[in-house]
Design a binder for this molecule. Structure first.
Ligand code: ADP
Ligand code: MG
Length: 227
């Protein structure tokens, strides 16, 4: 008998408003381990809000969020931060590397947060993103593409169930964007992590197993069809 593996990420009927502005009107999704799901949609459709909620950076007004089978939205802020470090990797348009820490130490941060500092693993991840030999370098001397590759290595460092990426290549030129996206997807697949990739870029959506379209706070695929 095999036990069912829980989804890497699951959201059930998320609703969220900022004051009078309702941004999410009931969004549900699942990402399976190793699956790459893209979310596209026009500016202002609620993509970043959705990603923040899924990553536990904010809590939804209504609905549920599950990380690898564990309910996340009901944890308090501190417990959520600890769980996030172990289960969720985040990549944003801006790299958010800590400038006073070396490349290696930046990759070790999520591992330290979960008490599993593994320098050999950090070296291996940096090698995998083409940054062998740059471990002692500081982020300010890296190119934009290199910084984003460090951010990708950091996102996978703790062995998360899912990586959430919000326009991760939005500030890169075409060649670097393709390279970073390909590395993110390849590395996540090797590690068995799911990926939720928010992007405007059709080429990036091309890396996904499934594409969901967000429009005015709803997935269009889930709109009811009236005869
Ligand atoms: N912290 C916030 N306070 C108020 N309004 C917000 C906040 N964050 C986002 N919004 C609004 O929510 C809507 C969706 O924004 P966002 O999720 O950033 O969309 P997208 O990432 O698809 O461009 C926009 O109208 C935006 O102005
Ligand atoms: Mg956005």
């Amino acid at each position: 008998m095999t036990l069912a593996v829980p989804p890497a990420l699951e959201a059930l009927d998320l609703r969220h408003s900022f004051g009078a502005l309702t941004v999410l009107h009931g969004v549900s999704l699942q990402v399976r381990p190793g699956e790459v799901v893209a979310v596209t949609g026009p500016s202002g459709s609620g993509k970043s809000t959705l990603l923040h909620l899924l990553g536990g950076l904010d809590v939804p007004d209504e609905g549920q969020i599950w990380w690898a089978g564990e309910r996340a939205d009901t944890l308090d802020t501190q417990a959520r931060a600890v769980r996030r470090a172990g289960r969720v990797g985040l990549v944003f348009q801006h790299h958010y590397l800590l400038e006073d820490l070396s490349v290696l130490d930046n990759v070790l941060i999520p591992m330290r947060l979960v008490g599993q500092s593994d320098s050999a693993r950090a070296h291996a991840l940096l090698a995998r993103v083409g940054l062998s030999g740059r471990e002692a370098t500081f982020p300010d001397v890296l190119s934009g593409g290199e910084r984003q590759r460090v951010a990708v290595a950091r996102a996978l460092a703790s062995g998360p169930a899912v990586v959430l990426a919000d326009e991760p290549t939005g500030s890169l030129d075409r060649a670097n964007a393709t390279n970073v996206a390909a590395l993110l997807v390849a590395l996540a697949r090797e590690e068995g992590a799911g990926v939720l990739l928010v992007t405007h870029d059709d080429r990036l959506a091309g890396y996904a197993d499934r594409v969901l379209h967000l429009l005015d706070g709803r997935f269009t695929d889930e709109l009811p069809v009236y005869g």
